[in-house]
Design a protein around this ligand. Structure first.
Ligand code: UGA
Length: 437
């Protein structure tokens, strides 16, 4: 099938590359000319495991190309995926101007009589597809047949290719028989449950799924605080809960809380959606509030190991909001850094991938921090190491050797990375999350 994608950001790029990989012909429109050139040359513009190879293979196979002009693809494609950004506006609501502009242009340029399906993949407020349907009907000429569908994505950064190729489910919010047939054919290569529903239900599924996952995280973080009080171990509590199939083991890792470009934004948006209709969505307020308290709790753990913070040197291992990504949006590390800076702390920081993004996104804060390539260099002369991102290779740090270069042998493990190594036996004062202090 010939398929278009508008927006070569994170979602658009992964969607296009993976749909090409299963045999469709993809044209991707992106406004940034430099990006288009790089992508057409097989240069991947985001870091995502396995994506570069698939990008290059599919360009070579002639199934994937990138362009600056929407008009280049409108009439060649049966379905056009909208994967443009929906950044939050100042009042917290989503800015839908890019989606609106794309829909208007598609309507203006579409041939009459030819059926076309516009598929919204960007995460959008409930009711957006209905609003776009009104835009289509007020701008289309009588003989244009353009339908709007909603097909939310559930990709996780770092494992997005795998999540796309082997999804748990596919949600198709589409109403006409023609639209349903088209999307079923398009997704035929993917063997997973496919839920065909209306666009409002599809939009609610996306927000509800992210909000539920975030709720699990805040729940276990709340429980972990209790575990610290009563000398219980939250990892075992999570294991004990997780074997119950109704609960499941995933997203029960206690730590410094969730960050990233999705959970914080989607939770606020879902809360807004519920409250705007006069509903009691206070549960989500609590999920957000538990999460917002996490960095301050980690700060207290540092204090409990090293005493008053003023004048201390703290080493941050990890700046990305989670492992295997260079993304620092809503990173808990930035929140902790801001708290520590108020206490006149010197921060030395490292991350295998995210330092450059951190410096760019948190410019004034980052200017007051020192950045290093290796964990070893970062830890030199520090009073406490704080594990902030769950990078696997931090597990391999030789803490016995490191003890000789740190000013004080202290580790706050904000990700419970060292469940198997006993740093206390090596002479460290150590604090994990949700375990006896
Ligand atoms: C999340 C969802 O998992 C995806 O399904 C969804 O498509 C995506 O948002 C989106 O809406 O675009 P992502 O933000 O990439 O994906 O990251 P996750 O792996 O879900 O992690 C989110 C945050 O929760 C991270 O900060 C992570 O460290 C934290 N987390 C996760 C925990 O603190 N504990 C856990 O047990 C799991």
């Amino acid at each position: 099938m010939n398929i278009g994608v508008v927006g070569a950001g994170y979602v658009g790029l992964v969607t296009a590359v993976c749909l090409a990989e299963v045999g469709h012909n993809l044209k991707v429109v992106e406004v940034n000319a430099e990006k288009v050139e790089k992508l057409n040359n097989g240069e991947c513009t985001i870091y995502e495991a396995g994506l570069t190879e698939l990008l290059q293979n599919n360009i070579q196979a002639g199934r994937l190309n990138f362009t600056n002009h929407l008009t280049d693809m409108i009439n060649d494609c049966e379905a056009i995926f909208l994967c443009v950004g929906t950044p939050p506006k100042e009042d917290g609501s989503a800015d839908l101007s890019q989606i609106e502009a794309a829909v208007k242009e598609i309507v203006a340029q579409s041939n009459e009589g030819q059926y076309k399906l516009i598929v919204v993949k960007s995460t959008v407020p409930v009711g957006t597809a209905d609003w776009l349907k009104e835009i289509v009907s007020s701008h289309a000429t009588g003989r244009q047949v353009i339908e709007i569908a909603s097909n939310p994505e559930f990709l996780r950064e770092g494992v997005a290719v795998n999540d796309f190729m082997e999804p748990d489910r596919i949600i198709l919010g589409v109403s006409s028989i023609e639209g349903k047939r088209l999307l079923e054919k398009l997704y035929e290569p993917f063997a997973c449950p496919k839920i065909i529903t209306d666009s409002n239900t599809a939009e609610v599924i996306k927000y509800a799924a992210n909000s539920f996952l975030a709720t699990k995280i805040s729940f276990i973080n709340m429980v972990s605080d209790l575990c610290e009080e009563v000398a219980a171990d939250v990892s075992q509590v999570a294991e004990g809960m997780g074997y119950d199939k109704r609960i499941g083991p995933e997203f029960l890792k206690a730590g410094i809380g969730f960050g990233g470009s999705c959970f914080p934004k989607d939770l606020s948006a879902f809360l807004h959606v519920g409250q705007a209709r006069g509903l009691n969505f206070g549960l989500l307020e609590q999920v957000i509030s538990v999460n917002e308290e996490r960095p301050a709790r980690i700060q207290k753990k540092i204090e409990s190991l090293v005493g008053p913070l003023k004048g201390k040197t703290i080493a941050f291992l990890g700046l990305a909001f989670k492992a295997n990504t260079d993304d620092v949006r809503e990173s808990p590390s930035a929140k902790l850094a801001a708290l520590l800076k108020k206490e006149d702390v010197t921060i030395r920081a490292t991350d295998p991938m995210a330092s450059a993004n951190f410096k760019a996104m948190y410019a004034p804060l980052a200017q007051s921090m020192d950045f290093f390539e290796s964990a070893e260099e970062t830890l030199k002369g520090s009073d406490c190491a704080v594990i902030l991102t769950d990078w696997e290779h931090y597990k391999a740090i030789d803490w016995n050797k490191i003890k000789t270069i740190m000013n004080r042998a202290a580790v706050v493990d904000a990700r419970n990375l060292y469940t198997e190594q006993n740093l206390r036996q090596l002479g460290y004062s150590y604090a994990g999350v949700g375990k006896e202090l």
